[in-house]
Write a protein that binds this ligand. Structure first.
Ligand code: ADP
Ligand code: MG
Length: 454
């Protein structure tokens, strides 16, 4: 039997023994390259594969090779370049249990569509996906904390929720997903007292929610930067979970070292585990995502290759805008009863939309400009600490509009308005919303400003 035969037999056996997701992630892109004396060498795509195969799959791998060849081999996993350089590492024979299937409808705050099965892998996110799956298969044991960072719209939330969904499906562990916004809100509740001046019950609830879990997934941690007191609480929550070997998964728009608004002791902790960067999708991945999403949409129109090329080229920075463009093109073809999505149709459907979607981030800035102009103050005034009514009032209006006309969160808006606390933002929004109800003139002003924004 030559090497290729042995490998093919190995693949078809392991395929029956592990689930499809594990097979595709850990084995499909690996390759048997050498068999000599007692040694087998397998080339794997990333360091995460190396570690995970050696720690979690080594027994089953050896067993299968034994079945096929009748020999007990040592198995080594090497990266392509290590193999080229002939570096030989001792392999690690730690054995770890994989979660036992168990159905547990835990209330974890997860979107059931965000699964590994729906996450399309390419060069730009392969490492992130592999480490995420490693954590999902071995929560609390492999990489703790797992810190996923990258620009908006690249799949961080999807990937971290996929870990949560996987764990819930396959184990009895308790998972909790929250955004840092939600954590801040829960923490603010700690300071509220009931009518007897007590808040003990709430403290227990808070501790129970955040400490009595096995996996904490916390999204967009950068927003804790605006909330120093909450950071302190998070620090204690982190320590408690970490000391108990509970898995912590964190996402952010930048690497821990760049989170300058966070306390040093938090940043240090974020560096304890593994940091993975998720990159913008390359052209190939963008096209793959378009094809797969089309197929899943159960949508009868066919899309021509040049239309796929066009959309993939137009939306190069992130997956979210790619999805938006696809939805738009499909809607357009439905409205005009087109059977085939051609290049012309894609061009027509996306006319004028791409640049506006990439400029979406500037919406708060646009609102600030328009409001400042309307009230004859400067944008810097809106961001300043000045409290005179001629500035504070327009500021509140701009904050109110930012909340109502964009998708941005309270902390994000606070940041854009000179680093204000998110409770200030909530206060401004409530105040203007209440005033509009009783003040027809203000209502008209708001309408006028909204028109200018269009
Ligand atoms: P982020 O949290 O990084 O801003 P999200 O996880 O919210 O990004 O992703 C934005 C959208 O793009 C979501 O609908 C998500 O399902 C989708 N998406 C991102 N990456 C992928 C991928 N690799 N495969 C499939 N869908 C993806
Ligand atoms: Mg996100």
């Amino acid at each position: 039997m030559n090497i290729e035969n042995i490998w093919n037999r190995f693949l078809s056996t392991i395929k029956r023994k592990v689930n499809t997701l594990s097979f595709n992630t850990w084995f499909r892109d690996s390759k048997l390259v050498d068999i000599s004396d007692n040694n087998i060498i397998i080339i794997v795509p990333t360091p995460a594969h190396k570690k995970h195969l050696a720690e979690s799959y080594i027994d089953i791998i050896k067993e299968i090779f034994n079945e096929i060849t009748g020999t007990n081999f040592n198995v080594e996993f090497l990266l392509e370049n290590e193999y080229q350089k002939n570096i030989v590492n001792d392999n690690n024979e730690l054995d770890e249990e994989i979660g036992v299937p168990f159905n547990n409808p835990e209330k974890a705050n997860l979107n059931p569509d965000y699964t590994f099965e729906n996450f399309i892998v390419g060069e730009s996110n392969r490492f992130a996906q592999a480490t995420a799956l490693a954590v999902a298969e071995n929560p609390g044991k492999m990489y703790n904390p797992l810190f996923i960072y990258g620009n908006s719209g690249l799949g961080k939330t999807h990937l971290m929720q996929a870990i949560g969904n996987y764990i819930i499906k396959n184990t009895t562990k308790r998972v909790l997903y929250v955004t840092s916004d939600q954590f801040i809100n829960d923490f603010l509740g700690l300071n509220k007292k009931d009518k007897d001046g007590k808040n003990f019950d709430y403290i227990d609830l808070f501790k129970d929610k955040y400490r009595n879990i096995d996996v904490l997934i916390i999204d967009d941690i950068q927003f804790l930067g605006n909330a120093p007191k909450t950071q302190n609480e998070f620090f204690h929550t982190f320590n408690t979970l970490y000391d108990d070997k509970k898995q912590i998964i964190i996402s952010s728009d930048s690497s821990p070292d760049d989170l300058k608004h966070l306390e040093d002791r938090l940043r240090t902790r974020f560096n304890w585990g593994l940091k993975v960067n998720i990159f913008p999708p390359d052209n190939e991945l963008r096209k793959e995502i378009l094809r797969k999403k089309m197929a899943n949409m159960d949508f009868s129109s066919h899309m021509s290759e040049d239309a796929i090329d066009y959309i993939a080229n137009m939306c190069h920075s992130d997956v979210r805008s790619l999805e938006g463009a696809l939805t738009r093109v499909c809607a357009y073809s439905t409205i005009f009863f087109e059977e085939e999505i051609t290049l012309d149709l894609a061009i027509e459907a996306l006319k004028g939309t791409i640049s506006s979607s990439t400029n979406f981030k500037n919406d708060i800035q646009k609102i600030q400009r328009v409001v400042a102009e309307y009230y004859n103050v400067s944008v810097d005034d809106l961001k300043s600490k000045k409290r005179v009514a001629t500035i504070a009032f327009p500021r509140q209006i701009a904050i109110y509009l930012s909340r109502n006309l964009t998708d941005e969160s309270f902390p994000r808006i606070g940041m854009e308005f000179g680093g204000r606390d998110h409770s200030t933002v909530i206060h401004s929004c409530d105040k203007i919303a209440n005033e509009i109800k009783n003040n027809k003139q203000l209502e008209n002003i708001i309408e006028e400003i909204k028109k200018k924004l269009e």
